[in-house]
Design a protein around this ligand. Structure first.
Ligand code: ARG
Length: 558
């Protein structure tokens, strides 16, 4: 807010399109500094002269108490008591609307999760769900129209392999429970068998052809087994609180894929190569890519072309985000290039939001070899840790209450860890560390929120507050952080990086702790106490809102 105000003042006097402000290394030099070098270069003048000139032209405002020319910089000093008053009042008044963006015209589709049926749902998939759903919340908060979608790959070689192994080794078997997990194991078996005996590939290819041409027997088995996976997926989404406005299934795209192939041929984008149809993207450094396989079946990328058309044409979106792990970078580059060659104008509006893997301390996961940590197992393990921790802290609580709180802590632990690590960095997931109340974790932030709630339960807020009494360093730092919140969500939205918000929330929680360890609240002198209470109500409100955007609940007690 205040940064914006200073920028506006500078823009008016300098006519610069963009203003860069710095934070001086030392508080005695002010709160913000405007370096005059660029202007000096443009005007062929000495930057020191410019600083002096600007100082005489720019008038102080309510929030700016002093402006100083110091060498080549113009330094701004904030009126701290006015800042405290303005920001805190604003947060208390606007509540959940503080930081919200203005309504925007653009409609953005966020496609995320996209598991394959007949495979297991592991903790790599989890990172995707956490990133995708928090990004959707953040974009919505910033005023975009959002559509969340899921794209289930329910056909293709992996499905055919699983069906093949089922028919060969498990015919007519059906487990009583955890059917999705079980068919995932059948898929792993199929990969192992095919590796031992590559001749089996032909049998799988036959099944895939039957699947694509809607052969009755295969379709029946396919429907039954794919539902096993979907039931599992939906159970997991319920736990995670992930919601989708639209569900796409790639088996439904096969027919249109054949039409697209015809069009691509007409546009001379395809050529024949060893019985298959390929697009040669060597010119663009994107290799060659198969769009119709030699056995006549449709590969993954062709269906994605159809899907892109549907997203833009049917749902009238302006931007399309694909949250998919980094191993598919080439796939998306090829896809977007083909869309461009096709003449599809919105190709430029497609964006692959990639993220790195989640690893176990002992190596990379792969659903082909079955070396994975299933989401459900990890969730249960983490939940058990949280239950026993909560029991220890609250021996008087009943089972139900313990379970409810433990669930919230567990989800905070998991989701925060998945979001807080930069997208490009691999996560080494360690449940014990994630669930800890110390360190950079979700539960740490929840705990600060609960601590504030507990303070507020012990007292009443007096009617009158003098917020200008907040002037200690730790208080000012907190207030400046609160002021930053709107900027941080907006940055998280425009960079598609929920981690900007999670990093910020951790900093805010930490800063609250340094303030609280230095300054008494309940025992402070009456007027100071009431000002501090307002400050912590504001902190609590931001922690709560921010965590909610990340899909994390903030309990009052834990
Ligand atoms: N189901 C795919 C997989 O697990 C990811 C799908 C990504 N989305 C897309 N439009 N291709 O690898």
């Amino acid at each position: 807010m205040i940064e914006q105000e200073i920028k506006k003042l500078l823009q008016k006097t300098t006519n610069l399109k963009e203003i860069y402000l710095e934070v001086p290394p030392d508080a005695s030099l002010g709160d913000y500094a405007f370096p005059c070098f660029e202007l000096a270069k443009n005007m062929k003048k000495n930057p020191m002269e410019i600083a002096i000139e600007l100082k005489s032209k720019i008038k102080k405002t309510n929030l700016i108490e002093k402006i100083e020319a110091k060498g080549p910089y113009l330094n701004f000093f904030i009126n701290k008591s006015k800042l405290a008053e303005t920001i805190i009042k604003k947060i208390l008044k606007e509540k959940n609307n503080y930081g919200k963006g203005k309504k925007k015209k653009e409609k953005i589709m966020i496609e995320y999760s996209q598991p394959n049926t007949h495979k297991e749902f592991h903790i790599g998939h989890l990172r995707n769900v956490c990133l995708g759903s928090s990004l959707a919340n953040i974009l919505r908060n910033q005023g975009y129209k959002t559509i969340t979608s899921n794209y289930i790959n329910d056909t293709g070689t992996h499905v055919a392999s699983a069906l093949w192994a089922y028919l060969k080794f498990y015919k007519n078997k059906e487990p009583k429970a955890n059917k999705g997990e079980w068919i995932g194991k059948v898929y792993v078996r199929s990969c192992q068998e095919i590796e031992k005996n590559p001749d089996y590939k032909k049998e799988v290819s036959t099944i895939l052809k039957h699947l694509e041409s809607n052969d009755k027997d295969i379709i029946q088995l396919w429907k039954r087994t794919k539902d096993w996976s979907l039931i599992d997926f939906k159970k997991i989404y319920k736990i995670l609180g992930a919601r989708f406005d639209l569900w796409f299934y790639d088996h439904e795209l096969i027919k249109s894929s054949r039409d697209v192939i015809t069009k691509l041929k007409e546009k001379s984008i395809l050529q024949e190569s060893q019985g298959a149809l390929i697009a040669d993207l060597e010119k663009h450094d994107l290799h060659k890519v198969i769009l119709l396989k030699e056995d006549g079946t449709i590969p993954y990328i062709t269906k994605d072309i159809v899907l892109a058309f549907i997203k833009f044409n049917k749902y009238k979106i302006d931007n399309s985000i694909y949250v998919v792990d980094t191993r598919q970078s080439l796939h998306f580059q090829q896809l977007f290039k083909i869309l461009e060659l096709y003449g599809f104008k919105q190709a430029k509006k497609c964006y692959h939001l990639s993220y790195a893997m989640v690893n176990l301390p002992n190596g990379t996961m792969s659903s082909r070899t079955g070396n994975v940590v299933l989401f459900m197992n990890m969730y249960k393990e983490t939940l058990n840790l949280a239950i026993s921790e909560t029991k220890k802290r609250h021996p008087d609580w009943n089972e139900n209450r313990i379970l409810n709180t433990a669930k919230k802590i567990t989800l905070a632990a998991i989701k925060f860890e998945m979001i807080n690590v930069d997208n490009n960095k691999i996560i080494l997931f360690d449940p014990k560390k994630a669930i800890s109340f110390e360190g950079e974790t979700g539960p740490y932030i929840q705990y600060v929120h609960a601590r504030i709630s507990s303070l507020l339960r012990k007292t009443k807020l007096p009617k009158k507050q003098i917020l200008s009494l907040l002037k200690d360093d730790t208080e000012i730092t907190l207030i400046k952080l609160l002021e930053d919140y709107p900027k941080k969500i907006s940055e998280a939205a425009s960079n598609y990086k929920p981690s900007i918000l999670s990093n910020y929330l951790f900093e805010l929680a930490q800063q609250f702790n340094s303030f609280y360890s230095k300054q008494p609240i309940l025992r402070a002198e009456k007027e100071v106490k009431s000002a501090r209470l307002c400050l912590i109500i504001a902190v609590k409100s931001i922690l709560n809102q921010g965590l909610n955007l990340l899909g994390i609940e903030a309990p009052e007690r834990m």
